[in-house]
Ligand binder design. Structure first.
Ligand code: AQP
Length: 334
């Protein structure tokens, strides 16, 4: 058996979940997924496509299924190796839902009501403020706790959720005994990547992403549309790399960003040159992943096989955690 069996693992355990939102973008990669790939070596890594979570904001069954497959395919193409890490679909392990209930019983309503994402979603989808949306952070805590994971690679936008997950397991441990480790966030050196608008987090829902697996022309167009230093009006004005999203992204796609920044500061180069170079470097960086994505897309059933196998391998851990909880919480016979 070559895939990691988390049940026998002695290495520190890592868990992270990602929304089934289709193909990954550059923000996902820089903020979280490159850590997913890095941590599959040296850690017992478990990654999950969180389709239960998706129900809080979409009720389109076909879209959830398609986007789950696309996200899984994207992760595999980016280097997630099922021989090293476990990748699975959340709804294939319904124990997450039972643990949500058990953790909910120690979670004050005020904790979930104050979550920034709940407030934001209430604003964004006022016609669909469903109960699942409110309980989202408890499910997120359960996703991590069911595998007793210690480390959680995520982008900075998830920091508040992770803090809440820590509080929830702390509350449960305080009442029933120390069963769950308090999970720690692991960030990359670019934990919040701004989108093409240069102002907001790169995010599919804001439509400001740079794709990884799109057509080359689309990627070039997205990069060329990026807002740069808003105070650099004329080509001859000196640029301010610290205020320019394109310059900041150059840090992640080469080792010569200082020289590029100097070109901007001295106005030797213009924003268009700097963007064109960034687009080329991104395409070079992702060339292998894009090729792998093409290959994997031609293997029908491959993703499904990986997701199912991953979920099966996790069954004993999930069930054992619930057994421990039942024992301590007085559920079922002794
Ligand atoms: N812009 C970002 N910078 C740094 N990290 C990011 N992440 C997402 N965007 C950025 C991190 O990527 C992981 C997966 O995120 P997700 O589950 O929210 O997936 P998504 O739907 O693909 O991401 P979006 O586009 O950002 O979603 P929406 O449109 O819903 O806002 C997480 O660890 C996240 O922190």
């Amino acid at each position: 058996m070559s895939q990691n069996t988390a049940a026998t693992a002695t290495r520190p355990r890592v868990f992270s979940g990602v929304q089934p939102s289709g193909l990954p973008h550059v923000g996902n990669w820089l903020g979280a997924f490159r850590n997913y790939v890095a941590m599959q070596d040296g850690y017992d890594a478990i990654y999950c496509i969180v389709d239960y979570h998706a129900l809080t904001s979409t009720h389109d069954a076909e879209r959830i299924r398609r986007n789950t497959t696309e996200m899984a395919l994207g992760l595999l193409a980016l280097g997630l190796d099922p021989e090293k890490a476990i990748l699975f679909r959340q709804s294939d392990r319904p124990e997450h839902l039972e643990l949500t209930w058990l953790l909910a019983s120690v979670t004050p309503v005020t904790w979930v009501e104050r979550t920034p994402s709940f407030k934001e979603k209430k604003r964004n989808q006022p016609e669909d403020v469903n109960f699942a949306l409110l309980s989202y952070p408890v499910l997120q805590a359960a996703d991590i706790a069911i595998y007793k994971a210690r480390y959680v690679p995520v982008g900075k936008d998830q920091a508040a959720h992770l803090e809440l997950a820590r509080e929830i397991v702390r509350a449960w441990n305080a009442r029933y005994g120390a069963v769950f480790p308090e999970p720690e966030a692991v960030f990359t050196d670019s934990p919040i990547v701004k989108g093409t608008d240069g102002a907001n987090k790169m995010s599919k829902s804001l439509g400001n992403v740079v794709e990884i697996f799109g057509e080359e022309e689309t990627i070039r167009r997205q990069v060329m549309s990026m807002v740069t230093d808003t105070e650099r009006i004329r080509r001859t004005d000196p640029g301010r790399p610290q205020a320019c999203n394109v310059c900041q992204l150059h840090r992640q796609f080469g080792t010569d960003h200082e020289a590029i920044w100097e070109g901007e500061r001295s106005a030797a180069t213009g924003c268009v040159d700097t963007k064109r170079l960034l687009a080329e470097r991104m395409l070079t960086t992702f060339a292998e992943a894009r090729e792998r994505h093409r290959e994997l897309s031609e293997r029908p059933g491959y993703v499904e096989e990986i997701l199912r196998a991953g979920a099966e391998r996790l069954a004993p851990i999930a069930r054992e955690t619930l057994r421990e909880c039942h024992e301590r919480m007085g559920l079922g016979p002794r």
